[in-house]
Design a protein around this ligand. Sequence first.
Ligand SMILES: *Cc1c(COP(=O)(O)O)cnc(C)c1O
Length: 402
Amino acid sequence: MSDQKPVSHEATLALHAGAGQRHIGEPASAPPMMATSFFTHPDAVGFSANDLNEAVPHFYTRWSNPTLELLETRLAALEGGEAALSFASGMAAICALILNRLGSGDHLVLSNVCYAGVAELAHDILPKHGIAATPVDTSNPEAVAAAMRPNTKLVHIETPANPILRLSDVAAVAEIARSGGAELSVDATIATPLGMKPLALGADYVVHSLTKYICGHGDALGGAVIGRQDRIAALRKGSLIHLGGSLSPFAAWLILRGMETLAPRMVMHEANARRVEAFLADHPKVRSVFWPGSSRHPQHNLAARQMRNFSGLLAFSAKADGGALARRLAERLQVVSYAVSLGKTKSLLFYIPTDDILRSSFHLEGEEACSYRDWAGDGVFRFSVGLEDQDDIIADLDQALG
Ligand SMILES: *Cc1c(COP(=O)(O)O)cnc(C)c1O
């Protein structure tokens, strides 16, 4: 599908990157979990983040910790980036990046359909700090170009975008950002590092909610930013240490353990989603279904160009009364859980009413609201297809949809 490296190499990275030299007698199972808040060492270290440089040893876990460092090294290797920085959640990572790169008087361009928390951050919080934000349909590069201003410092896109799985062309938007003197960050949580390589496509930063596919088991929150060494060092110094959203070593350990199976999980999530998409596309109660791996997806050609694994998240809408169908599914589903979040081993399904999300999170009107409705209808079912047997997932959907 594309000329990038095969996934098999990455399966090895997900297990071994950053593990260092092997010594006889050391544990071969889980990586060590450094459950400590601080470290002793003989060399004096200043108390200010301003004293931080690469030579400073681990000192205080809000600054750095060996377990977090292993996770960061592994994520950077998987993304093909120079460095990574972990955070307590995906939101902590995105918020730290935005506040690090933009200040009062600066301007942000972002996807008008993206994770609701990011849309609300841009609408409700950033203006209070003097940062203007313009949400645009980033699936249309011309709309991004038209939104650029002389003070635009960052363009933030999410592809595939939660919850409708609309895509943005990373290479095209990277070019627009660069020529406008801005940086590009890409939230690739849904694609995972195995599905897409935003840095190779020209992005400056990749952000992930580690809470989703990368951890994969729904038992830890985490986030990360991956990018150039100097930028990540500045982010540690200028945002992580002072805003304080550090990942806990135990959460990092759970995420590292989850990552050991990231590659085979993504292969299986993709295969199961392919089968479920075909089932839903034929179902009489389903109005439309969106999954980037299907030729029915309106941007399938773009997906094939910039993705190598299409992930396990799909979105569908109902022909009639989505709200009533959501209640029916919540009551009847047995294998699939009616729950928020995504990227877990087990199948998860959740209904997002269009009127609610347009009003509370996206604030879309006119043509942009119509475009969202074209995809989502009166509401979208976000279906994170899990690793259960395909026949059991289909049978469960079949009996619950009726
Ligand atoms: C969940 C999610 C986030 C936020 O991550 P948390 O770990 O819940 O803070 C950001 N972006 C996307 C695409 C997500 O799905």
